[in-house]
Design a binder for this molecule. Structure first.
Ligand code: SF4
Ligand code: SF4
Length: 251
């Protein structure tokens, strides 16, 4: 029996989430044994024609060409899974949604007239149907393996929807916010990183995006109390998951 085919696609992104798949060193042979890696330009030059059983999509849509390309990817994919903050929420590049794109281009490029860019960076789900979204910047490789395994076996992925605080307490870490007054987005951020930043005495930066039903007004008040003033609270929510946090704040 032929193996299910896997395709990995890149849109506007830094490649960090695709690298998470290559970073599955111990499990990579098992993955390669379970699926035929049919299209993955970061890993191999050889490609196979679609349709594909599973497509992993990294990156957001920031230009007209990609807005068309994602439709073609969707047509060729039985299951489409978006991976990372860029693909699920528009990424850091969604900062441009709150600025003047022409002004940015003029500041960065010698010939801004060569640049063709949409006014907004949008998640893949704004363009096509998405079967599953895996959050993180970058994603957690163990969660990626769980999602792949689940879809190969026809079940829902077992990805917890709790907050970073839950992981933090489970790891027995001292709360940096309570103990040191360090601002931390852990209470409103989706679990998945294993409370990496608090483990190094830093506050959480919200890489995995908002958890289900986050209480942003309450945390914003706490952040201000901890000394974040003059737009600092706005800025801390506009990092890796600009749009998902802004959406929650707009209500
Ligand atoms: S989500 Fe983060 S790690 Fe992944 S591609 Fe985007 S910027 Fe890179
Ligand atoms: S350090 Fe941050 S993530 Fe950990 S318990 Fe405190 S607020 Fe939550």
């Amino acid at each position: 029996m032929s193996k299910p085919t896997l395709a990995v696609w890149k849109f506007a992104s830094c490649d960090g989430c695709q690298l998470s798949l290559l970073d599955c060193e111990d499990e990579l042979l098992a993955v390669a044994g379970a699926v035929e890696i049919a299209y993955f330009l970061e890993a191999r030059r050889q490609t196979a024609e679609g349709p594909y059983d599973i497509s992993l999509v990294e990156g957001s849509v920031t230009n007209e060409h990609d807005a068309l390309r994602i439709r073609e990817v969707r047509e060729q994919s039985k299951t489409l899974i978006t991976i990372g903050a860029c693909a699920t929420g528009g990424g850091i590049q969604a900062l441009k949604n709150y600025g003047d794109v022409a002004e940015f281009a003029a500041a960065v490029y010698a010939h801004p007239d060569f640049i063709s860019s949409l006014d907004k960076s949008t998640p893949i789900s704004a363009h096509v149907k998405v079967d599953y979204e895996l959050h993180g910047c970058p994603i957690n490789k163990h969660q990626l393996l769980e999602v792949l395994t689940a879809f190969l076996h026809g079940r829902r992925p077992n990805i917890e929807s709790t907050s970073v605080c839950t992981e933090c307490k489970r790891a027995g870490l001292v709360c940096v916010s309570v103990a040191h007054g360090t601002p931390c987005l852990g209470p409103v951020t989706h679990a998945g990183c294993g409370a990496l930043c608090p483990a190094y005495n830093r506050g959480c930066f919200g890489c995995f995006g908002p958890k289900e039903s986050p209480n942003l007004p309450s945390l914003s008040a706490k952040l201000a109390e901890l000394g974040m003033r003059d737009g600092a609270v706005d800025r801390v929510f506009r990092t890796f998951n600009v749009e998902p946090f802004e959406e929650v704040r707009r209500g």
